[in-house]
Write a protein of this length. Structure first.
Lengths: 129, 219, 439
């Protein structure tokens, strides 16, 4: 059993140094992020989202595609909510059938990316460190 | 990337879960049939109360003689198994996927805790590997199957850790992580990992014999 | 490392192996694996994680700390695992080593069960290896001789029918000098107790029958012993792998008791016989319960003491230690009753060996190992230095153990290590200390 100890310490060291290296890699400024104040302390790094560049690349002209209306968890693509922040309607902890803010972002972004077969779909692709 | 991601989170995931669940069910069912057919003189003594008595006593760290005699292994294996189950089930990123695909949502572990628990799993895997290499009584009986099981379990946690911290190419790593997890799921019914399916029953059988027939402890 | 580096010549194993061909081996191995094993062996073989925790269990492994081939999993690794992996395609030389290992380096004591998190019964696996060896005709000569005796005479020691009754009548005759009116009732129908012993008792430990008769007499027990076959409760066939014969022996034993319409069977102070009658033979016969209730002498003496039927003239001078026999402790949970009986009999402390009770180390003689005879005596003596250390650490002069195999094994260990200890059966002490009629 005693022979295991050095191995254990080595494993610990490897893991700790990896962790430290990871934490210092980040800090990419000059990009727009989706980090509404409503979330408070973020679980993951804010999702990268450069509004104009995205829409240009995605050839999006109609605002209502993203800035939709609706209620009780049902989307209404006829009513534009352009200019209204997402967190206005989507609460972090919603009451009733309403969609939560996190789910709204995930659903809106990922579902579209999956349908189009383009754009980020896995966690770390948006939540970049 | 998107096509690959679609594939590993779609058809491949269904396939892996299917093999895991159907495979485990089939193995349990066929083993049950075999036990009834060929092990009747053992089967006859199965007893729920004594089964649970044995299982509970072995689930308490340092309670059984086997645990007390190998403390390092005991700490390692308890920490390993607890983290091995809790992290994948209660990881935020995994729950988000359940929500995304099925609308299911439940309690999660804070990422920092899950991260530490992942390191615990990896450290335990290193201990297991170290024992196989350096401890003669373990090295003597170690076979390819044992290394295979260890590698299969290590990979999802290693790739998961690297993907979470976005070390190396994230897109490759996240795909590798998902595939590694799927390999583990599908391997459970058909490798040494099948002890996940059978261990409760081998323990229960011993508990039944020692409790009901031999009137002695088996821990 | 491994069995191939420590082969010992045995006439029986050698001759058996000389008759084998790879084809015959393959056929018989698979016949046993397919025909007689099922989910137990399959799950054990598959789910053993090779963690090595069982190394701490086995007296052979602990007595050979540098040789992992003596660990429980190490033994399975060299035998059953190979048979399963190669689907029985092994050569005759392999069978030699497999037989020597299974018959002489595992006592089937089941201590490893206490060390295995998933509850693998290594004794079952080794018994199955022995079963295969038996079917291959590869058994140690001395053990096979006892198995032949069982098959020919229904007792282990070639005791002839008239010799058996003669021995009983002789002991009765001797005892009546000390206990006027004492009888050893033969074939007495409807008795409360049917007393059975192992064949070595009439053969060379006749005083044990004398003592048992004295205890029964003074306690006023309504008892009997059978005059014909069935009297020997021992079973080397269980250990050689001759399960068919094991079944016949156990049926004979139970039927003999049933014919006499007795209430209960009391078995003498023997461990392996108890395992055979109480736990193993009945299963082979397909009986979940015993046709006649069976209790071991330890429990019987305990009952007599509870009822105040054993009266002592003096107490045995202690301190003493207790060797827990696996087959009545791990096999029947009699450890506390054994201590209560001992406390009743002994004046002084019980100095425990460590570990003790269910966790006690085996004597290294049981499981048929001592019955493999002189060629393998050193295997079990050298294979149990941990027992010698355990015994020495108690510092006492008397070891009580209610089991013939424990006596045989410990006797050799005590002599080899010059420990200067005396071994006692409970009946030795009860007889020595009990009230006797005025001479």
């Amino acid at each position: 059993m005693k022979r295991i100890l050095p191995l254990l310490i080595l494993a610990g060291l490897v893991c700790v140094s990896a962790l430290v290296a990871v934490q210092t890699v980040m800090a990419q400024d000059a990009i727009t992020k989706l980090a509404p104040e409503a979330f408070g302390k973020l679980t993951r790094p804010a999702a990268v989202f450069v509004h104009d560049k995205h829409n240009e690349k995605a050839k999006l002209e109609d605002c209502v595609v993203c800035h939709h209306g609706g209620k009780d968890g049902v989307i209404d693509r006829t009513a534009s909510t352009e200019g209204t922040p997402c967190s206005e309607c989507h609460k972090v902890k919603p009451a009733g059938k309403a969609t939560s803010l996190q789910r709204a972002y995930h659903k809106q972004c990922i579902d579209c990316h999956r349908t189009k077969g383009k754009g980020p779909v896995a966690c770390g692709q948006c939540h970049k460190r | 990337m998107n096509a690959a991601y679609e594939f590993v989170t779609g058809p491949l995931a269904w396939f892996a879960w299917g093999i895991f669940i159907l495979g485990a069910a089939w193995r349990l069912y066929s083993m049950y049939q075999l036990a009834k057919k060929k092990d009747a003189s053992s089967w006859a003594f199965m007893d729920l109360g004594f089964s649970l008595r044995s299982i509970v006593n072995w689930l308490i760290p340092f309670n059984a003689l086997g645990w007390r005699k190998s403390p390092v292994m005991t700490v390692a294996t308890f920490a390993f198994h607890i983290c091995l189950i809790l992290v994948p089930v209660f990881l935020v990123a995994h729950v988000v996927l359940w929500t995304e695909f099925f609308g299911i949502s439940y309690a999660t572990l804070p990422d920092s805790v899950a991260d530490a628990m992942t390191l615990v799993v990896l450290a335990a895997c290193l201990i297991f590997a170290g024992r196989r290499l350096t401890q003669k009584e373990v090295a003597y009986i170690t076979t390819g199957k044992d290394w295979l099981a260890l590698v299969i379990v290590t990979l999802p946690f290693l790739t998961g850790f690297l993907a979470y911290h976005q070390i190396f190419d994230y897109q490759v790593m996240i795909i590798a992580h998902i595939v590694a997890g799927e390999i583990m799921l599908a391997a459970i019914p058909f490798t040494r990992l099948s002890h996940m399916v059978f261990a409760a029953f081998t323990r229960a059988y011993m508990g039944s014999e020692f409790g009901g027939v031999r009137h002695a402890r088996d821990w | 490392m491994g069995i191939t580096e420590r082969l010992i010549e045995d006439v029986g194993i050698r001759r058996g192996v000389s008759r084998l061909t790879p084809e015959k081996i393959e056929k018989i191995v698979n016949a046993v694996l397919k025909g007689e094993t099922g989910a137990r062996l399959k799950t054990y073989a598959e789910t053993c994680m090779r963690c090595g925790l069982c190394a701490e269990a086995c007296h052979f492994a602990l007595s050979h700390p540098d040789d992992p081939s003596y660990t429980p999993a190490g033994k399975v690794h060299q035998t059953m695992s190979v048979l399963l992996d190669k689907k029985g395609r092994v050569d005759p030389d392999f069978v030699y080593g497999m037989a020597q290992l299974a018959y002489t380096e595992c006592n089937l004591c089941r201590r490893c069960v206490h060390l295995c998190p998933i509850g693998i019964d290594t004794a079952y696996i080794m018994s199955t290896v022995r079963r295969i060896c038996h079917k291959l005709g590869v058994t140690p000569q001395y053990m096979q001789d006892t198995a032949h005796s069982h098959a020919s005479t229904f007792n282990q020691m070639w005791v002839k029918d008239d010799e058996w009754t003669d021995s009983l009548i002789w002991q009765e005759d001797e005892a009546r000098e000390e206990f006027p009116g004492l009888r050893i009732p033969l074939d007495k129908e409807g008795s409360d107790i049917y007393y059975s012993v192992i064949a070595p008792e009439p053969k060379f430990r006749t005083q044990l029958i004398y003592q048992a008769a004295a205890i029964m007499h003074m306690a006023g027990v309504d008892w009997t012993m059978p005059a014909s076959t069935g009297w020997d409760n021992s079973d080397m066939c269980m250990f050689s792998g001759d399960f068919e014969m094991m079944g016949r022996l156990k049926r004979q034993h139970f039927e003999s008791a049933q014919k006499l319409k007795v209430k209960r069977i009391v078995m003498g102070e023997c461990g392996h016989a108890f395992r055979s009658v109480y736990d193993t033979g009945n299963r082979w016969l397909g009986w979940r319960h015993h046709p006649v209730p069976v209790i071991h002498a330890v429990e019987f003496y305990w009952e007599l003491i509870q009822e105040g039927r054993i009266k002592l003239a003096k107490k045995f001078p202690g301190p003493v230690t207790i060797q827990d026999p696996c087959n009545i402790v791990r096999g029947r949970g009699l450890q506390e009753k054994l201590r209560e009986v001992t406390r009743f009999l002994v004046d002084g402390d019980i100095i425990e060996m460590h570990p003790n009770r269910e966790h006690n180390f085996c004597c290294a003689a049981g499981g048929g190992v001592i019955n493999c005879g002189p060629p393998f005596k050193n295997v079990r003596v050298d294979g149990n230095t941990v027992k010698a250390e355990q015994l020495r650490a108690t510092g006492v002069k008397t070891v009580i153990t209610p089991c013939h195999n424990c006596h045989g094994g410990l006797h050799d260990i005590i002599h080899h290590h010059k420990l200067g200890m005396d071994l006692k059966f409970l009946s030795d002490i009860i007889y020595e200390c009990m009230e006797k009629p005025e001479a």
